[in-house]
Design a protein around this ligand. Structure first.
Ligand code: ADP
Length: 590
């Protein structure tokens, strides 16, 4: 049996090894046990039901709430030589009829549907005729009212399944791990004595960092410029911020699209496709973007603002590096984000108890931005997992850093705030320190203060950044409201008195990752093929597959088949073209 599983995995999916946890889940399903699989985003849930679907008799029904994902998955399966289809509201009635007809002739091994479809009589009748052996439920946490994505239609799945003459095997998949949600999945979907698998939430290939930068758009611009050829997502908090950041980046000649709920369907689709098909480098989006986006080669996710809680952050950041290759998850933190999130909680219609919970979650998010301990360990701990180490060596708190003594600079700022009677905002404090001649400074007589102009050798933006940092580190506090005022905190006193030093961690600038020529040539070929076939490039081959090709340089079909992600079907379809590109790069003395 195991040999057959491995052979099929290699033949259709091109993988020789399971990702952690996959094998247990596949084995459980193949041994005909109802199964719950809790794997993190990018953990490879799809394979866990697609592989058994090829080995079990009859049709596998995949119930998913994500319409965008269905098309993507079906396209990928098609490329791998597996017949699959989907039925959802994006199709015309005639298309639905045609697909139902094909399904009734057992043309598909996998059929994807949204849960609402089970209520359709036409669909229900057809399913009752089919040998349905296995039902996989993706995003199964949608059945739980305690989760963040509750969908009432999921509650109908269990009764529909039990109304079938022969009960199919059930497997539920999710990335949400809380005990409450897990219980709801088992009960709400009517699973029978299921085996439950929970895999670690650690994603070692994700490189977490928090940047306390004053000028976020400049940071993003530089990041995009120093990471050419790498695609990713930039999340901003509001539609307005998405619009202005998008405009600013486009004006700098950067290739970006934008996505938020205020745009038309057409505009959103175009933006999404441009991103998926690698036609733009990045997509600037609100959190409306991403659910069901399966682009495996997103190399970075940058958060322009701090999200409300770590659940949201980890879900969004987790869209980077689904292919297992290194990817950056950067959170650009500014203290003002806290005020925005507090305001949103205040304005929400949540009950007082839920509001308290939200404040507590927000505090954990704020602490993530401030902690000087390992960010990865912090996240895992938050999700109830005991981290193996408290030094991951890759997050921004663990990579090598230089400690710089900034006590004198901090004293300058703190005493300036004091002398301005702790009644003004960051920009005016910065203006005074920088020796600005602006009207307000002169009107208020701040040019007569002893701290006036004592940081005139700094750029004004640098002063603003440094004051922000003092707020972030807790030496200054920033009041709530539209015009926040900075004030000294008790932590400022020992610094001002010279009793404590302020050591700031300066991390080395991120290295630019330029891929080698072969990789670029393979990427170009992949792009050309993807355009011809009208599928996203990563559906042809994932980034890590191309990278493996670039480092092993397989010269013939046999060698190419050894590469992860190259199965027999894709080898036949595209192998020769990739081999030719590789051969062009192998010189005589190789
Ligand atoms: P999830 O749905 O859990 O977020 P996916 O099913 O989208 O994750 O898989 C994430 C990525 O991992 C995809 O690019 C997929 O092709 C890849 N993948 C899945 N299983 C394996 C495996 N055994 N070996 C290598 N890559 C895999």
């Amino acid at each position: 049996m195991q040999m057959a599983v491995n052979q099929i995995m290699k033949k259709y999916f091109g993988f020789t090894e399971f990702k952690p946890g996959q094998q247990e889940v596949v084995d459980s399903i193949l041994s005909k046990r109802d199964t719950v699989a809790i794997l993190p985003t990018g953990g490879g849930k799809s394979l866990c039901y697609q592989l058994p679907a090829l080995m079990l008799p009859g049709v596998t029904l995949v119930i998913s709430p994500l319409i965008a994902l269905m098309k993507d998955q079906v396209e990928s399966l098609d490329m791998q030589g597996i017949s699959a289809s989907y039925i959802n509201s994006s199709l015309t009635a005639a298309q639905v009829r045609e697909r139902l007809f094909q399904a009734s002739r057992e043309k598909y091994r996998l059929l994807y549907v949204a849960p609402e479809r089970l209520q359709s009589e036409q669909f229900d009748n057809m399913m009752r005729e089919l040998p349905l052996s296995f039902v996989a439920i993706d995003e199964a946490h949608c059945v739980s009212q305690w989760g963040h994505d509750f969908r009432p239609s999921f509650l109908g799945i269990g009764s529909w399944v039990s109304s079938l003459q022969q009960r199919p095997l059930l497997a539920a998949f999710t990335a949400t791990a809380t005990i409450r949600v897990r219980e709801d999945i088992i009960n709400g979907l009517g699973l029978q004595r299921p085996q439950v698998y929970i895999n670690s939430f650690d994603r070692p290939n994700l490189l977490f960092s928090v940047e306390k930068t004053g000028d976020r758009s400049r940071f993003i611009k530089q990041y995009l410029q120093t990471h050419p050829g790498q695609a990713g997502i930039i999340y901003a908090a509001t539609r307005k911020e998405v619009d202005s950041l998008h405009q600013e980046l486009s004006a700098q000649g950067l290739s970006v699209s934008k996505y938020h709920a205020g745009l038309s369907n057409i505009d959103r689709n175009t933006a999404q496709e441009d991103f998926i098909y690698d036609r733009v480098q990045a997509i600037v989006a609100t959190n409306a973007f991403g659910l069901g986006i399966d682009k495996s080669n997103a190399r970075f996710v940058i958060h322009h603002n701090m999200p409300r809680h770590l659940e949201a952050y980890y879900q969004e950041a987790g869209r980077a590096g689904r292919d297992g290759e290194p990817a950056d998850c950067i959170l650009l933190y500014q203290p003002a984000d806290i005020q925005v999130q507090k305001y949103l909680i205040e304005q929400s219609v949540l009950s007082p108890v839920r509001q308290e919970m939200e404040y507590a979650k927000l505090q954990c998010m704020i602490d993530y931005c401030h902690t000087s301990t390992c960010l990865r360990a912090y996240i895992l701990d938050y999700f109830g997992e005991t981290p193996i180490t408290d030094n991951c060596a890759t997050c921004s708190n663990c990579v090598e850093y230089e400690l710089r003594d900034m006590t004198v600079e901090a004293q300058k700022v703190l005493s300036c705030v004091y002398r301005m009677r702790q009644q003004y905002g960051i920009s005016l404090v910065a203006a005074v320190l920088g020796g600005s001649r602006q009207k307000r400074v002169l009107q208020l007589g701040f040019d007569r203060l002893s701290t006036y102009g004592i940081m005139s050798n700094w750029k004004s933006q640098q002063i603003v950044e440094f004051i922000n940092l003092l707020v972030a580190e807790g030496y200054l506090s920033s009041s709530a409201g539209k015009y926040p005022v900075v004030m000294l905190t008790p932590a400022a006193t020992p610094i001002l008195r010279g009793k404590e030093k302020l050591m700031i961690r300066i991390t080395p600038a991120p290295t630019t990752d330029t891929d080698n020529d072969v990789f670029e040539a393979l990427r170009t070929l992949r792009y050309t093929i993807a355009q011809q076939e009208q599928v996203p490039p990563y559906v042809i081959f994932a980034d890590n597959t191309l990278r493996e090709m670039a480092s092993y340089l397989p010269r013939d079909q046999e060698a190419l088949l050894q590469i992860t992600g190259v199965g027999e079907i894709k080898l036949k379809k595209y192998g020769q073209q990739f081999i030719e590109v590789i051969r062009q790069y192998i010189t005589d003395d190789d």
